[in-house]
Design a protein around this ligand. Structure first.
Ligand SMILES: Nc1ncnc2c1ncn2[C@@H]1O[C@H](COP(=O)(O)OP(=O)(O)OP(=O)(O)O)[C@@H](O)[C@H]1O
Ligand SMILES: [Mg+2]
Length: 499
């Protein structure tokens, strides 16, 4: 805060303060407001006590002096009072009245009649009246001949004391003002100034590393600033370490990014080579396989074997195996294609009920051959559409529904249905088959894992569900299942609904 009542705020701008604000916002002002009444109170109490004490002392002295005067004068005046020598008495009283503080004096005879008097005799409080007997001694006889009355006032003393009080007060106020000014000055130098420096350092270094404060003293403020400077040094150290580790991290990220880029390029290249290999391998497989199929059919049509049932049966098996091999080849090719391509997705709005009907139609021959009934669940059909790739979703539903038919119990059934759930269309395919053993459930989406059915009489390559999951996930959907051994299995495929 500047001496003219202005203050430097956080952003260095100078603003003018009201006196109310000054008192609440400045340490010096608070110091003055707190200390002044205490100083003033103590000082006034001291002056009052000291003045009262000196008044009481001086008054006691006056009274003592008057008592002594009364005692001595009663002896001196005794003869004149006894002789009723008023002339002499007048002279004597005139000399006594000149005593300071004495405002009245009177001599009475033994009957109380005034023989002579001077000044005011009716002393009002706090004036002091002293009456003493005047005794005359004749030989051995002491006789009371009258009374001496002295009226004493401390008016002069009171005036003197009042002047003294005023003088002391003025002097004291001046001293107090000087002491306060000196205290404020010292307070500013030792408290306000270093605190101001500390506040400026904190405000100026907002956001950056903290500034150091240039201040040294061996008091509490000095210790606070030394601790602040120490903290500033440590923070600067941390800041340096942080910057260094950030740079190191950035450098590492760059290195890793380059490595990843190289790895990605290598993977793309490997994928290209793999696709090339697969397509040539597929071609290499298909050519002899087509030849096998073609010649088998030619042989089947040959009139030489018409009557040979054994040969016809064997030729039928060759044809079936060849077709199975071709189907397996197709699945492997599709799996490989899904692995290598991610964005050949043709999303459109599709009616899920139509999809279900198409799927049921596709699976119907298999179901018929195996005597499995396919039913449509009677839950309310969703009115909305599903956002998906029609070909891929149909294929996924086909895989799961054909599994429900394949892995079913004799005379069993499969049920398919769908409904809307939390922004998804949820397809449910339930069968009445033997179910999936709990300990094998974790392997079901693993490629080429048939959960121990390799030796059974149900054909398959163990890749259908792996493919299905890839297809569903490529459309931002998911697949899950619940199964109870001996009771059946329910597969759930969810794909985003059209919002
Ligand atoms: N509904 C089901 N009920 C019981 N087991 C099932 C069911 N669906 C799948 N499985 C088990 O999971 C295995 C893997 O199924 P997946 O469809 O991936 O392969 P697959 O049917 O054996 O062969 P394909 O590749 O021709 O579909 C199956 O071999 C079967 O053991
Ligand atoms: Mg299958």
């Amino acid at each position: 805060m500047a001496s003219d009542g202005t203050d430097v705020n956080g952003d260095g701008a100078v603003k003018r303060r009201s006196w109310g604000g000054l008192l609440s916002g400045s340490l010096s002002a608070k110091f003055i407001v707190t200390v002044t009444p205490i100083f003033l109170g103590v000082f006034l109490a001291c002056i009052v006590i000291e003045t009262w004490h000196s008044y009481e002392k001086s008054r006691a002295e006056i009274i003592h002096r008057m008592n002594t005067l009364a005692a001595s004068q009663s002896i001196i005046l005794a003869e004149s009072v006894a002789d009723r020598d008023t002339e002499h008495l007048s002279l004597m009283l005139a000399s006594i009245i000149s005593e300071p503080n004495l405002i009245g004096i009177a001599v009475h005879d033994k009957d109380g009649n005034v023989l002579d008097s001077f000044g005011t005799l009716d002393g009002a409080e706090p004036d002091f009246v002293k009456t003493i007997s005047v005794n005359y001694t004749e030989g051995s006889e002491v006789r009371r001949v009258g009374t001496l009355k002295l009226v004493v006032t401390d008016r002069n003393l009171r005036e003197e004391i009042r002047d003294q009080l005023i003088e002391h007060t003025v002097l004291g106020v001046m001293l107090l003002a000087a002491a306060l000014a000196a205290s404020v000055f010292a307070h500013r130098r030792t408290v306000t100034k270093p605190l101001g420096k500390l506040v400026s350092a904190i405000n100026e270094s907002r956001g950056d590393a903290l500034e150091k404060v240039d201040w040294q003293s061996d008091d509490e403020i000095g210790r606070v600033i030394a601790a602040y400077n120490d903290m500033q040094e440590r923070l600067a150290g941390y800041e340096r370490e942080l910057r260094a580790s950030r740079e190191l991290l950035e450098h590492r990220v760059e290195e890793r990014t380059e490595d990843l880029e190289r790895a990605r390029e290598a993977a793309v290249e490997a994928n290209r080579v793999k696709s090339k290999f697969l397509s040539s391998m597929s071609h290499e497989f298909r050519t002899p396989m087509n030849a096998i199929l073609g010649f088998t059919q030619v042989l089947q049509m040959s009139p030489d074997i018409h009557d040979d049932d054994r040969l016809k049966d064997r030729l039928g098996k060759i044809e079936e195996s060849a077709r199975n091999l071709m189907a397996l080849l197709d699945e492997i090719m599709e799996f490989a294609r899904l692995e290598s391509t991610t964005n050949d997705l043709h999303l459109e709005d599709i009616d899920p009920n139509t999809l279900i009907e198409e799927t049921v139609t596709m699976v119907a021959p298999l179901a018929e051959a195996r005597h499995i009934a396919i039913t449509r669940s009677d839950e309310p059909r969703p009115a909305g559409q599903v956002r998906a790739d029609a070909f891929k979703l149909r294929k996924a539903l086909f895989h799961v529904l054909s599994n429900a038919v394949k892995y079913n119990s004799p005379g069993g059934s499969a049920r398919i249905g769908c409904r809307t759930e939390d922004g998804y269309v949820r397809f449910e395919i339930t069968d009445t088959g033997p179910g999936i053993p709990t300990h094998l459930a974790g392997d079901i989406f693993e490629p080429f894992n048939r959960l121990g059915r390799e030796a059974g009489n149900i054909g398959g390559s163990g890749i259908g569900l792996t493919l299905t999951r890839r297809l569903v996930e490529s459309m931002s959907g998911d697949i899950s299942f619940e199964s109870e051994e001996g009771m059946g299995t329910t597969f759930v495929i969810r794909v985003p609904a059209v919002s």
